[in-house]
Design a protein around this ligand. Sequence first.
Ligand code: DNO
Length: 346
Amino acid sequence: MEMTFRWYGDSDPVTLDKIRQIPGVTGIVTAIYDIPVGKVWDLDRIMALKKKINDSALAFKVIESVPVHEDIKTGDGNRDEYIENYCATLKNLAKAGVEVVCYNFMPVFDWTRSDLTFELPDGSNALIYVKEQVEAINPLTSDLSLPGWDAAYTKDGLKALLEKYQSITEEDLWGNLKYFLERVIKVAQEVKIKMAIHPDDPPWPIFGLPRIISSRDNLDRLLKLVDSPYNGLTLCSGSLGAAPSNDVPALIREFGDRIHFGHCRNIKITGQQSFEESSHRSDDGSLDMYEIMKAYHDIGFTGPIRPDHGRMIWGEQGRPGYGLYDRALGAVYLNGLWEAIDKENK
Ligand code: DNO
């Protein structure tokens, strides 16, 4: 297992110098954020990013994410061009030594919460999801914005896109994902990049949009769409674990050889389709992080893992979910679990 940490590039107040001081963190997970979705990432830009990260003595092997254009998800007009561009980006990333590419297939919105600064009893601020609150949000009029949401939409553009999805069923989305994977995995295999789809967060439909990467059966279906080791998963414990029907350690054991990237965080389920993002510690949430790390250890996982969202603690202000302190505590805690499990099993 290699402990990695997400970095949002030069605008991130959590700098590479800070990240390299977190005990046990050896690699960076990042992306190029200013290239519009669907365009090719130039090799020069990728190499400059790699150099910056390597100069801080950190590895550059994981990209999160190369976003998938909505035309691909809706199966619309320009999808072939965007798929070609996607493949060209993969080829360039491979030239720079990237081994894993994380992406998602969530229509329009990436991960979603109802409140980004909810105060927990200890005074820290957490991201939370309350079913009724999300159901009351109208994405066309709301100011809510999360890291990961494409900020490039105009109101009219967003409206048109949401309307287009009215006629797209879950089965249509599966068909469009298959079309994408049949073309992209061929190239990924050639250049040895492991594709790792991120599950839908939360793992149920929101704003009337279909969401399909959400359960054991759907992960199984996804892996069989193109049955190649390069068609794999980002196993996100906090996303899948928000549905109590998903047994995260069991998923790790079942899909082990197709998991290329682990997102490890805890959540506290507070009601039906409602949860708070707790600290990473098992006792603070609903997931048993020891069992999760043990499952990774038992399958002999050697890939990258990262702590996931953190609360805002010690007065820190920053990108929701992506401050320094609580994520650093998460990394150290996960490494501690790993060391103990490793020594017990020698
Ligand atoms: C949330 C992240 C997601 C993830 C994308 C992958 O914090 O885990 O935004 O990066 O869904 O494409």
